[in-house]
Design a protein around this ligand. Sequence first.
Ligand code: BG6
Length: 469
Amino acid sequence: MPALFQAFRHGKLPEGGRILAVSRQDLNDDSYREWLQERSHEVEGAKRPSDDEFARFGALLHYLRMDLSQPTDYEQLKGWLDERDADVVVMYLATSPDLFTAVCTQLGNAGLNGPKVRVVLEKPLGRDLASAQEINRVVRSVFREEQAFRIDHYLGKPSVQNLMALRFGNALFEPLWRRECIANIQITLAEGIGVGTRGDFYSRTGALRDMIQNHALQLLTMVAMEPPSRNTADAIRDEKLKVLRSLKPFTAESVARDVVRGQYRGSGNGGGSGSGGGQKVPGFLEEANVPAGSRTETFVALRTEVESWRWAGVPFYLRTGKRLANRDAQIVVTFRPTPHNIFAGVNPPNKLVIKLQPEDGLELHLLAAKGSAQGEALAPVSLDLDFDKAFAENRVGAYERLLLDVIAGRLNLFVRSDEQEEAWRWVEPILEAWQADDAGPRPYAAGTWGPAAASALVARDGAAWDEEQ
Ligand code: BG6
């Protein structure tokens, strides 16, 4: 809803469009609008609607009470939609994923799956390959693939768009974008927050399913894919799929060697400094609704390779975690050192840093001569492209961008079912190896960069995580 409100504020919602909220609660248009207005105070400062703005936005909102298990309620929904006869109908399933198949089946039975209907599904789409395949089987029996919009909100982040632009709209980087010039690629999705009120969900999910299977792998495909033949959804998704299929498969031995799992400890329970932003914070096992003795991982670091001519032998390091030192999402491409150094000292290699958050932009780290004394070591300098400054007017948030794409029928930034299944196929051996391994996750103190084993993992290749360099 906040994203839809932003789209409204930016004048991007289609003329005459309506938003119909559906749930079990006994509300009507007016009481729903009141409820939402109350909630809109939770939206961060500049994005919060004024009373006047909310009054205009609220006029687009409607409410329908539905029990999603009742076929007759879908008839009612159909009646409501038929009356308006919209050109496009977007069904956003903000439900528990357990309901995806039942809801899609009912939509199909009610005839709500015609060509103008688009269905939006959000992760978690399954918890392993078999459950993801089952969801996809049912969704495909009701909707055509091009009607299904699987959201991965990381693909809507502006820097990911810029990664595409950088790679395929500029000639400069393509000749360098390969094993001959690149030493390693790191993808870090670090969060400072803990699991908060989501202890129940998170303890059943864990960082591998919550962040690696989807967000981190999607970013990896964007970095590693071959140039698509066109800027169209299937041309892009075919290339992404090829990357997922080229990922080196894990075995029990390589999981033990190349994957580190961790779980945060709070301050005051023997888990180290555990500062988590300077305050005392609970460890994962003390969070509300986390079962005693849970072995769920809140941190994962891993090393993989893309087995292709372009990337053979180049390590890709992925890392994510809760209660880490900073909220920091970035992709770091480290180039190989110069083949022959004529300057004093050891010079760090060039790096391209694609920053996703908290701020987004690109930094190219180079070396320059300060120009004062001869024989002096080179100094690090960086070209800093601050997109927020350059394009402030046109910047839109990830969800706003993605929702507008659904309305416009643009599938480029949505995940196709075969991509999603391939990602599960790759992740499964890790889940299985962990299941069979009694060691459990390694503890790390809240407010740090995770277990020391994560540093050792990259140090083996002579590399270091960006913050350690
Ligand atoms: C979600 C995960 O998909 O992404 C959350 O379920 C996580 O656990 C969130 O906090 C992170 O998204 P962002 O955009 O805040 O980095």
